[in-house]
Design a protein around this ligand. Structure first.
Ligand code: HEM
Length: 394
């Protein structure tokens, strides 16, 4: 297998832009109409998720050893799309047909053999990991919506009851999909694991976000959702040992932070926690009652609500970090930051500037995705920014 030739031929094909996924999906769905139901309902104008990754990853077959952990997670995760081993040859066929079409007379027998072999090797790792994952957890959990409250025009708090236990750790994220939409989006539960297994989600409808809009505007108690296995550990307490904490949250970034507070309460470890929760205006504190209840329940917890917009300074926003830094020196603590990208980068810059050690700052960085970094980051070992619709919703 000549990996350089694979990469070079893929870059020639990828140069055809949107035509490539269009051809690939038409070929796949025409030959195997059953596969259509695995993909999002609305694929018109959808940014391609699969094809670019497929060509890029398969053409890096020479690094399959280095990539095996990542490919294993990817294969195990593909179970949530209802992908089974027998689907791999079908996608392989469509990939080769796509390459042949765009390479024209540059397509040779040798290239065909190399692509088939590379695809076979990558598929083998993914299928093997998917089979191993069968023994660990189901491809997805069916969960019923048992609570749905619109707390703001575009924010809903949902309580879900999975049909069987979905184990997770406070600060992790779980995949959520509505069966009618079939796209997946990741949310951090707003609770520590509960005895009754229910999960609370805080969802803001993102502009153009099929899943989030459906969850906020188009769901009701009694509806069913699909949940995927929990991922990520950047925001779990494991990162902080037994240290005292400073928690900074804004918007629906409050959800994982609330889960952390509940986790500290459940631990009974005696660590002290200072919590700063921000919103642009007073009415944007969509979970005020829960914040008040936590504040009055635990002597080890101090809570400060920061209203960001100041009428006297239009255009400027006070972030929770600004207030926390003005209030005290928290450098001996571990700091968890959760909110929009802008809030997180502002907070991290402010904390770093004030001498807080990077190793004590916990947040979701950019270039990360549900199984960790984005596929491109892993494959190229370079940092790329997260794409809007894949990142965690805040
Ligand atoms: C070598 C084999 C494969 C590789 C490297 C691969 C890679 C990927 C990657 C990186 C994604 C993006 C994940 C995300 O953004 O959440 C993806 C999505 C997806 N893949 Fe695969 N995949 C492979 C095989 C397959 C097969 C055999 C199927 C079955 C038809 C499949 C169905 C899907 C679906 C349904 C999605 C979600 C697409 C969307 O939401 O637009 N993949 N794949």
């Amino acid at each position: 297998m000549d990996a350089a030739r694979l990469k070079q031929s893929w870059s020639l094909v990828a140069a055809h832009g949107d035509q490539v996924p269009l051809f690939f999906y038409s070929t796949l769905f025409l030959a195997h109409p059953d596969t259509r139901q695995m993909f999002p309902t609305n694929m018109a104008g959808q940014r391609d998720r699969l094809v670019a990754a497929l060509g890029h990853i398969v053409s890096h077959v020479d690094e399959v050893d280095r990539l095996s952990g990542f490919l294993g997670s990817l294969g195990a995760d593909h179970r949530k799309f209802a992908v089974r081993a027998e689907h791999y040859p079908l996608v392989g066929e469509a990939l080769l047909a796509t390459l042949r079409h765009f390479l024209g007379d540059r397509w040779t027998e040798e290239l065909s053999r190399d692509w088939a072999a590379a695809y076979g090797l990558v598929s083998q790792v993914m299928v093997g990991a998917a089979q191993a994952a069968e023994a660990v957890h189901p491809p997805w959990w069916v969960a019923e919506i048992v609570g749905h409250e619109r707390r703001a025009f575009d924010v809903a708090v949902l309580t879900l009851r999975p049909q069987y236990l979905l184990p997770f750790t406070a600060g992790q994220s779980i995949g959520v999909s509505h069966p009618a939409v079939r796209s997946w989006r990741y949310y951090s539960p707003a609770n520590a694991p509960r005895a009754d297994g229910t999960v609370e989600l805080h969802v803001r409808a993102a502009p153009g976000g099929a899943v989030s809009s459906r969850l906020v505007y188009g769901c009701a108690v009694g509806d069913q959702l699909h949940l995927a296995a929990p991922v990520g550990d950047r925001l779990t307490l494991r990162q902080a040992g037994s240290a005292d904490l400073l928690l900074l949250a804004a918007g629906t970034g409050w959800a994982p932070v609330k889960a952390l507070v509940e986790q500290v309460a459940a631990e009974g470890s005696g660590r002290r926690v200072a919590l700063y929760v921000g919103a642009r205006t007073r009415t944007e504190f969509y979970d005020g009652d829960a914040i008040d209840k936590l504040a009055s329940s635990f002597p080890w917890l101090s809570v400060t609500c920061v209203v960001g917009a100041d009428l006297h300074r239009p255009g400027e926003l006070t972030h929770p970090v600004d207030r926390a830094l003005a209030d005290g020196d928290w450098r001996s603590r571990h700091v968890f930051v959760c909110g929009s990208d802008e809030m997180v980068s502002h907070s991290v810059a402010a904390l770093s500037g004030a001498g807080y050690q990077a190793g004590r700052l916990h947040h979701e960085g950019s270039g990360r995705h549900w199984y960790g970094p984005t596929w491109r980051t892993v494959v190229d070992q370079a940092t790329v920014s997260r794409t809007g619709d894949e990142r965690l919703a805040r």
